[in-house]
Write a protein that binds this ligand. Structure first.
Ligand code: GLN
Ligand code: ZN
Length: 759
């Protein structure tokens, strides 16, 4: 048997690559110095995997920014605006593509990698896009490992996934139109790898788990027939991950390749179909260790899965692996010295996952479960410990979450009645103006927080500073003439972490970083137990802010779906249950805000859409519990309390029905960049509640002119009645400066005046 992973995290145990790359960007190091850091990290990863008993070790899973961008540079589809002409894409062109360069060299688009929090750089194709091999990175890294005595398995993104994840920059045509011109470059690359000594090449084709069409299936068959024909001696290992291929197994399992990888964590149900469709010679790599979470694997269960497959295919045709690349796991649990020891004993980061794979491999090759029964039992003890822990099953929490039925998830009256009651109470002008919540997190604020966290500033001083910032923010908003004010969120480092820190059931690591995009990493909170709210979390801040003004101050919360999506969640209860537990905690917070006299409460669901499953057949189930959780959190209020929600995107067309079912009184969304086009969908659907289509693109430092914003509101009015429209930016203002937002918000308020006059 073989134990192996599809890829290893590359940012460095303590984010060494991040730091080196950012230094290079600031011009503080040379290319050579950067390359030295990268080389050290690659060597560490290879050696570690070897030491940990991995039989196949990937290379080219390293990247300075992103593996899709690397592929773009490898096949030479560098967009013309970067003026690239040479034979090999240079480092500066590479970073310009990722981050934007001078003048016309704007950055390439970035988007989420399937349903992970990783973001990739989207390939762009011109009409008749030429391709050419313009990077030796895969070969160089193979050679680099070879010099260290390790024969690696180079990893590349497969040609179909590469195209399908890209975009044509011209009207008409399909990304698959480029396949014929792309394939020769892949074949040249594969030839070079073989010449360098590679026996196996790993070709990632994650698009195989998406909903496929006939043209896509045909393209796959054609492409791999060609690749096989041109590379008859190279062993091809194709990977799928993040979902299953059940319905497609008959043809995928018969592609002319040597090995296939499957994710048995996300889609355990596919195993039987895969075994039924075994073609007699294909090697199956089975992802039995979760590559995307931080929990120990139940080795007995994993063992059973592997054994079942082994009985059918024979040991020589089974590889044990993690479900997907470990890119999505943090590095090493051992360096976490401050974690609660009990919870820590339940956890496994990337390095520990290698240990598990090695253990499974040794166990299976040693023959029979009996031989390692004692070890398995010992390891699996933690599952009993976890199950019995008082933190993972709290009766009071479960009692709450077992309540079902309309009374816990619907408002007292429908929106049209509530709207009247709220109008009477709030007495807001038509086209009320507001913001999404956060105001600039200045250097000063970040320094206070850092000082406070490091113990250099006491709590009282810290809170006084935050109060000052809040008071100042309220004053600024009054001066600007906004209608519904916010407190500014200065006390929050992050919209999820802030709540996680105050809820039972969450824990925080010190080095549990995972790459989000480029040099950016996130350290998700860890949900390990049942969630409850020991104390109010935001009430004091909102109450304080509302004492400073006669205007309404909006309470600001993060919604259950978003808190769940942006955390590492436990794998011993369903996502749905975890989400419901958070929802109940938020419901209690909403109740306390209401009791404290807060009449407008916003519950942000920034990650609502990104939680959508990859396969459409699984959407309905997700949407049902996601909507229900939002409603549990938001409906325990009087008709007169106005619930807002915010989502920082605008692709609602597919899920508009669910958005509507959330029944928020007001929803603010992103729309300035799409020229309000998205309101089309809302209007078609006759979205019944109030909407604040963002008219100020906060992602840009540009100060929008009043005329532009008035024009956008004019557009919006074509779709939505005036009594339903709010005026607000696209998202929070946290990343902007006061100098940028002051004039921008001023123009926004003037826009409101202007359209009120016109009415
Ligand atoms: N209330 C949050 C803020 O204003 C919302 C952020 C978000 O949607 N990502 O920062
Ligand atoms: Zn947003």
């Amino acid at each position: 048997m073989v134990a192996h992973v599809l890829g290893y995290p590359r940012i460095g145990k303590k984010r060494e690559l991040k730091k080196a790359v950012e230094k290079y960007w600031r011009g503080e190091t040379t290319r050579d110095e950067l390359e030295t850091v990268a080389k050290t990290l690659r060597a560490e990863n290879w050696k570690l995997q070897k030491e940990m008993g991995m039989t196949h070790i990937p290379s080219n899973d390293f990247s300075y920014y992103d593996q899709m961008l690397d592929m773009t540079c490898t096949v030479g589809s560098v967009p013309p605006r970067y003026d690239f002409t040479g034979d090999e894409v240079d480092q500066d062109t590479y970073f310009n593509m990722a981050r934007g360069g001078k003048g016309e060299k704007t950055a390439m688009e970035m988007t989420k990698w399937f349903d992970t929090n990783y973001h990739y750089i989207v390939p762009e194709f011109e009409k008749n896009q030429p391709f050419k091999l313009t990077s030796n990175k895969p070969v160089n890294e193979f050679n680099e490992a070879k010099e260290l005595g390790i024969t690696t398995r180079p990893v590349i993104i497969g040609p179909l996934s590469y195209l399908l994840l890209g975009k044509n920059k011209y009207e008409g045509g399909d990304v698959l139109d480029h396949l014929d011109s792309l394939l020769p470059v892949y074949n040249e690359l594969l030839k070079n790898l073989e010449t360098a000594g590679a026996k196996w090449v790993q070709i990632d084709e994650p698009c195989l788990v998406t909903d496929l069409s006939d043209p896509i299936r045909d393209a796959y068959k054609k492409a791999y027939a060609t690749i096989r024909e041109k590379n008859p001696n190279l062993k091809l290992f194709m990977t799928t991950y993040f979902e299953g291929i059940t319905g497609e197994a008959p043809w995928i399992c018969n592609l002319p390749i040597n090995a296939l990888h499957f994710d048995l964590l996300r889609a355990p149900e596919q195993l039987d179909t895969l075994l039924d469709n075994w073609n007699g010679s294909m090697i199956y790599s089975l992802g039995v260790v979760n590559g995307r979470n931080i929990w120990k694997t139940n080795l007995e269960k994993a063992w059973e899965t592997l054994e079942k497959a082994q009985n059918k295919l024979g040991a020589e045709n089974i590889w044990a692996s993690a479900s997907c690349s470990l890119l999505h796991s943090p590095y090493d649990l051992e360096i976490e010295t401050e974690l609660n020891p009990q919870v820590k004993s339940w956890m496994a980061f990337a390095k520990q996952k290698l240990w598990e794979l090695n253990a499974l491999n040794t166990a299976l090759t040693r023959g029979g479960k009996k031989s390692i029964k004692a070890e398995l039992e010992e390891y699996n003890k933690i599952f009993t410990d976890r199950k019995n822990a008082e933190t993972t099953f709290r009766k009071d929490v479960r009692e709450k979450t077992s309540r079902t039925g309309g009374e816990w998830s619907s408002r007292k009256s429908p929106h049209d009645i509530r709207q009247v009651v709220q109008k009477d109470l709030l007495k807001l002008p038509i086209f009320p103006t507001t913001t999404i919540g956060s105001f600039p997190q200045t250097k000063e604020i970040r320094k206070w927080r850092a000082d406070f966290k490091a113990g250099r500033m006491d709590e009282k001083t810290y809170n006084n500073h935050l109060k000052e910032a809040t008071a100042n923010c309220i004053k600024e908003q009054e001066d600007l003439g906004l209608d519904v004010l916010v407190h500014g969120e200065f006390e929050r480092n992050d919209m999820v972490e802030y709540f996680g820190e105050q809820l039972d059931g969450f824990i925080f690591s010190k080095f549990g970083w995972v790459q989000s995009y480029g040099s950016r990493c996130v350290k998700p909170p860890i949900i390990y137990g049942d969630i409850r709210r020991p104390n109010p979390m935001t009430v004091e801040w909102i109450k304080y802010a509302s004492t400073l003004t006669k205007k309404w101050v909006k309470g600001m919360l993060t919604g259950p779906v978003t808190i769940l999506q942006w955390s590492f969640y436990r794998d011993d209860v369903s996502m749905e249950e975890v989400c419901r537990q958070i929802a109940w905690a938020i419901r209690d917070e909403v109740h306390d805000l209401e009791t404290a006299g807060i009449k407008i409460i916003q519950i942000d669901e920034a990650a609502f859409r990104e939680g959508l499953p990859i396969k459409r057949e699984k959407w309905e189930n997700y949407l049902n519990w996601a909507v229900e959780s939002f409603k549990i959190s938001s409906t325990g209020v009087e008709d007169s309390t106005q619930i807002h929600t915010h989502m920082c995107y605008s692709e609602f067309n597919d899920i508009i029905d669910s958005i509507s079912k959330m029944d928020a009184d007001v929803i603010s969304i992103e729309s300035s960049r799409s020229q309000m086009e998205i309101l089309d969908a809302l209007a078609d659907y006759k979205y019944p509640n109030q909407i604040g289509p963002g008219i100020y693109d906060i992602h840009s430092p540009r100060v929008p002119a009043k005329e532009g914003m008035t024009e956008l509101m004019g557009q919006a009015l074509k779709y939505v009645g005036p009594e339903k429209l709010w005026i607000n930016p696209d998202c929070g203002l946290k990343t902007r400066t006061w100098d940028e937002i002051r004039p921008s918000l001023h123009h926004m308020v003037e826009t409101a005046h202007e359209i009120r006059r016109r009415l």
